[in-house]
Design a protein around this ligand. Sequence first.
Ligand code: ADP
Length: 177
Amino acid sequence: LEAKEEFSHKTRAMDVMRPRKSDPALTVITQDTMTVEDVEAIVSSTTYSGYPVVVSRASQRLVGFVLRRDLIISIENARKKQDGIVSTSVICFTDYCPPLPPSSPSVLKLRSILDLSPFTVTDETPMEIVVDIFRKLGLRQCLVTHNGKLLGIITKKDVLKHIAQMANQDPESILFN
Ligand code: ADP
């Protein structure tokens, strides 16, 4: 292959990330507008290991990443031990939580379980580099962005599947990896 042609055939992060074009949108949590029951519904209707937290669905600006198990434990504990935490309590992942009307239930602050700097790559990043980053940093997942907006996620398993696929399609690539 010509070097140029080879480059144009390179797999990029956008080719491996989820969701795929036909899939439902990425499951995200908003930083300060979802209630305890909203988040419980997300956790019980999906099995993902974690969820990106965004400023708002409309903006898709990434704020951080929260692990499923941390969410489950924190909500369970708060429901049991924290006064005023009910299904309609708003969950807030930010430092400053917007004031709510006095009649609303207590806010559940979950800033402490948010990973504020999850690893991200842009959608154009060649998968070779993504694989290298996963190896070198021992990542479990990596978020994919375009112009600062969240697009998708790549997990360690997605990367392993991609490597297996490449090995099948192109036996010579094994020699270089
Ligand atoms: P694993 O890849 O180890 O099974 P997950 O259960 O977290 O880990 O993810 C399963 C699949 O769903 C992966 O292909 C991943 O890219 C995708 N995925 C992970 N988190 C989300 C999410 N929040 N929204 C949509 N898809 C996700």
